[in-house]
Design a protein around this ligand. Structure first.
Ligand SMILES: *Cc1c(COP(=O)(O)O)cnc(C)c1O
Length: 436
């Protein structure tokens, strides 16, 4: 047998291959060279035949110049934090593509004068929530809270219920965010109960605003009481409602989830929310409220440090004005339709692997990602033995499901129907990898 070390092609020769050069033009030299080097190492180790080096290097290259990989979200969690929260709609993706070059984000093409940045997105947000006198958009929900704190509360008090001192995720806590910006917390009530009189007793000359935080990732049940925005609005200080999830209007399937429109109608001076949770758009912090307050926030020096990118503005506008985004579609999905999809996927798998241990089952999905905790969403899944979880997650098209009672459920609630055939192929591939 030939010594693989001697037969291994030279790096220069591989890089000079027209297909490899084309890949370099698309993905960059550094990335392509790294992949070629890895394949050449495998060739020297006898794992790849010299004749296959170019094909194998091309096969190993990512589809785009990013190490982020597209994943099939089969978790049944509609807004999955670790999978990037809301998937963008096709309309939003197209808007991002259009806006990615030079664009009139701050220019009035008719007059040639500077224009208000992101006018279209802001107008779309204002039109979606006519209850708001003014709207502004920053980088994320936390940035929205940071801006209002910086503008109103340094050295002053923010009055907040002890039941609403929320940790958002990854160790970040809203009370610590406020304190880090120079506000003093004035905690009222207890973990489970707070009354309007608790707030009234705490409000005074030192109060910057009362903050109402939606407990968006946990539920407290039993002997509990909180004070709604409408009651807080009777206090002689501004009320800021951090509604979290970004529902603009009340949603029939999520009766306990606050919306921007309802909070404003109830008298909140300002509502803050995320753009990439239930609104189903890009990461953004939405601020809606009294016109003069929003204008003051927009003009505050710190606002510049929280400014959103043109791509965000483009995606947000398309989310607000375009076809129903995937998150909104999942919230109203019909279990019968999901079950039919699951049966189809299971049938496709069985057609390729006749004795595959798969079946379609009814399942229960969740909103996830800081929204509607405790709400069950009717769904359906392809069920298979738990032992396939790793093979599916590490396959060519990574699939993330969830393990429930010893079974791996590949839930269709949060999966684009157009990806169903890819899900079936991924399951077939996982069965082939010999995990069985
Ligand atoms: C998610 C959330 C935040 C933080 O928003 P980001 O967009 O993640 O910065 C703040 N408050 C509440 C109530 C939330 O649910």
């Amino acid at each position: 047998m030939e010594d693989p070390r001697r037969a291994t092609p030279r790096t220069d020769a591989v890089l000079a291959d027209p297909r490899v050069r084309a890949a370099s033009g698309r993905l960059g030299d550094t990335l392509v060279k790294r992949h070629v080097a890895t394949v050449l190492d495998r060739c020297r180790a006898g794992e790849v035949s010299p004749a296959d080096v170019v094909d194998e290097a091309l096969r190993s290259l990512p589809a785009a110049a990013t190490s982020l990989r597209p994943v099939l979200n089969a978790t049944g969690v509609v807004v999955h934090t670790n999978l990037g929260r809301a998937p963008l709609s096709a309309a939003a993706v197209e808007a991002v593509r259009l806006a990615s070059g030079a664009t009139d984000v701050e220019l009035d093409l008719a007059t040639g004068q500077r224009d208000r940045r992101g006018r279209g997105a802001l107008a779309a947000l204002a039109a979606a929530v006519p209850e708001a006198g003014g709207v502004h958009v920053v980088n994320n929900g936390a940035a929205a809270l940071a801006l209002v704190t910086c503008a109103l509360a340094p050295g002053r008090e923010v009055v907040v219920s002890r039941g609403e001192l929320v940790e958002i995720g990854d160790g970040f806590r809203i009370p610590e965010l406020l304190v880090s910006l120079g506000a003093r917390l004035r905690e009222v009530g207890t973990t489970n109960r707070v009354r309007l009189s608790d707030y009234a007793d705490a409000v005074g000359d030192e109060t910057a605003f009362v903050l109402k935080v939606h407990p968006s990732n946990f539920v407290v049940s039993g002997f509990t009481a909180d004070v709604p925005v409408a009651a807080l609005a009777t206090l002689p200080v501004p009320v800021v409602a951090d509604i979290g999830s970004g529902l603009l209007r009340p949603h029939p399937r999520l009766p306990d989830e606050p919306s921007a429109a309802a909070a404003l109608a109830d008298g909140a001076d300002l509502v803050t929310a995320s753009g990439d949770k239930l609104l189903g758009g890009p990461q953004a912090g939405l601020m809606l409220g009294k016109a003069d307050l929003v204008e003051a926030l927009r003009r505050h020096p710190f606002a510049r440090a929280l400014r959103v990118d043109k791509l965000t503005l483009a995606a947000l506008e398309a989310t607000l004005t375009g076809p129903t985004p995937p998150v909104a579609a999942a919230l109203v999905a019909d279990r019968g339709a999901l079950l039919a999809r699951a049966e189809r996927v299971a049938a496709d798998v069985l057609a390729a692997v006749p004795d595959a241990p798969v079946e379609a089952v009814a399942s229960v999905g969740a909103v996830g990602g800081g929204g509607a905790p405790g709400v069950d969403l009717p769904s359906a899944a392809v069920s298979l033995p738990e032992r396939y979880a790793v093979a599916l997650r590490t396959g060519e098209v990574p699939v993330v499901g969830r393990v429930h009672q010893g079974r791996l459920l590949l839930d269709l609630l949060a999966l684009d129907p157009a990806d169903d055939p890819r899900l079936a192929s991924a399951v077939v591939a996982a069965m082939d990898t010999g995990t069985d």
